[in-house]
Design a protein around this ligand. Structure first.
Ligand SMILES: Nc1ncnc2c1ncn2[C@@H]1O[C@H](COP(=O)(O)OP(=O)(O)OP(=O)(O)O)[C@@H](O)[C@H]1O
Length: 285
């Protein structure tokens, strides 16, 4: 996010408690224990132990292929755990599906679906109610609000196919908002968006947390991860998890990214370009 002057995302309590709340019987939003996910013989995710309290914003960061998207897909039920335990809102992932919204990475979203933006956003309500149930006033209000928040009112009658990548991304985020899910999964929501839209997304994430939703996003950007309550640094396994300042340290980043990482006095994380083959912006890991 780097140059975008967005306010930090804050939890209502101002702190993050990663333990389950012993004063209530409500389950944590997410509970993972010894979680592993294989694709055939390939181990995409291993040994993940993680508890995410309700209402937290969680950023998952790590190199390409480190299992970030797989973890989101396992939470939403698109991928299945091979080992260990995963509970979503205290339920098996397949039983929590209507309460979970998953915005896929734009690059992998099915761009061939012949839908208008209006239909796409409306489908968020079907995600909540079940397919083709009649929409109620509250659903229509949620659609209108999502359209306004993602500023896509002028795109409603356009086909998804004919939109730019960033416009399509906004339509999919609006669909997730219309679902009014308890857990919102956003796969690289900031990537490929202009500065105004990046700011809109961070505002929306903050608003969803205020509503009590739990938000899990993946990112390649340390600046974005620093805005979350909880950061999970992945390299197939969890290298570190906890508050951003404890996780986004040079030693942890070096472990995840294979050395050659250092942090400037202002907190900016820099890859050593001499050793790094991916010449993106210096804080885009
Ligand atoms: N459908 C699939 N079938 C087989 N292997 C897969 C599949 N999806 C992902 N993988 C593999 O699992 C590993 C983890 O992939 P994943 O997409 O979760 O990584 P990621 O951290 O999200 O990466 P990126 O930052 O590039 O988006 C990679 O080695 C990838 O090649």
């Amino acid at each position: 996010m780097g140059t975008v002057p967005t306010p930090p995302l804050r939890s209502p309590s101002g702190s993050v408690d990663v333990r389950p709340d012993s004063r209530t019987t409500a389950p944590p939003a997410l509970l993972m224990s010894g979680l592993g996910v294989d694709y055939g013989t390939h181990r995409a995710v291993r040994d993940v132990d993680l508890t995410v309290p309700t209402g937290a914003v969680v950023a998952i960061i790590g190199p390409n292929g480190s299992g970030k998207s797989t973890l989101l897909s396992t939470i939403s039920g698109l991928a299945r755990p091979t080992r260990g335990r995963l509970e979503v809102l205290g339920l098996q992932p397949r039983n929590a599906r209507r309460r979970v919204a998953h915005v896929l990475q734009t690059t992998v979203a099915n761009e061939a679906v012949p839908l208008t933006v209006r239909e796409t956003v409306k489908m968020g309500c079907y995600g909540r109610l079940g397919p083709f149930r009649p929409l109620r006033a509250a659903d229509r209000a949620a659609i209108d609000e999502a359209v306004e928040r993602m500023r896509i009112g002028d795109l409603l009658d356009r086909q998804l196919l004919e939109l730019s990548g960033g416009q399509r991304q906004r339509a999919y985020v609006a669909q997730a908002l219309a679902q009014r899910a308890d857990v919102i999964l956003l796969d690289e929501p900031i990537t490929g968006l202009d500065l105004v839209t990046q700011e809109t997304i961070t505002e929306v994430i903050d608003a969803e947390r205020s509503r009590g939703a739990t938000v899990v996003l993946t990112t390649h950007d340390v600046g974005t991860a620093q805005l979350a309550d909880l950061v999970v640094l992945m390299a197939t396994r969890v290298v570190a998890s906890g508050p951003p300042a404890e996780v986004l340290t040079p030693p942890h980043l070096a472990t995840a990214y294979g050395g050659h990482v250092h942090m400037l006095d202002d907190g900016t994380v820099v890859l050593d370009e001499a050793h790094h083959h991916d010449h993106r912006h210096h804080d885009q890991l």
